[in-house]
Design a protein around this ligand. Structure first.
Ligand SMILES: [Zn+2]
Length: 99
């Protein structure tokens, strides 16, 4: 789980989803300080998102029906949200440029 860079409070899975899934930043539930997802963990997170493109390519190559690949994308999205994102994301108090 990500830990607040300011006060060391470990964020819960719910906080991560609520605050970090749409924007890569949010206020700490314990100290209220704005926290940002570090550039390196954002890059790592986007590598997992590449799997989504691989599924789309696989769908075209192996002629998987569209509903099949949509179901796979949904399953993958949930796996990413539940298992990957809370473990990959790290927090920092300063916003870091991505590149
Ligand atoms: Zn905090």
């Amino acid at each position: 789980m990500p830990i607040c860079d300011q006060c060391g409070h470990p964020w819960s899975r719910k906080d991560v989803w609520k605050k970090l899934s749409i924007q890569a930043r949010g206020t700490c539930p314990a100290c209220g300080k704005m926290q940002y997802v570090t550039a390196s963990s954002r890059k790592r997170g986007s590598k997992y998102m590449m799997i989504v493109f691989l599924i789309l390519i696989a769908q075209a190559v192996f002629d998987i029906p569209l509903w099949g690949s949509i179901a796979m994308l949904f399953a993958l999205f949930f796996i990413l949200m539940i298992f990957v994102i809370p473990n990959v994301y790290k927090l920092t108090s300063e916003q870091e440029p991505l590149y």
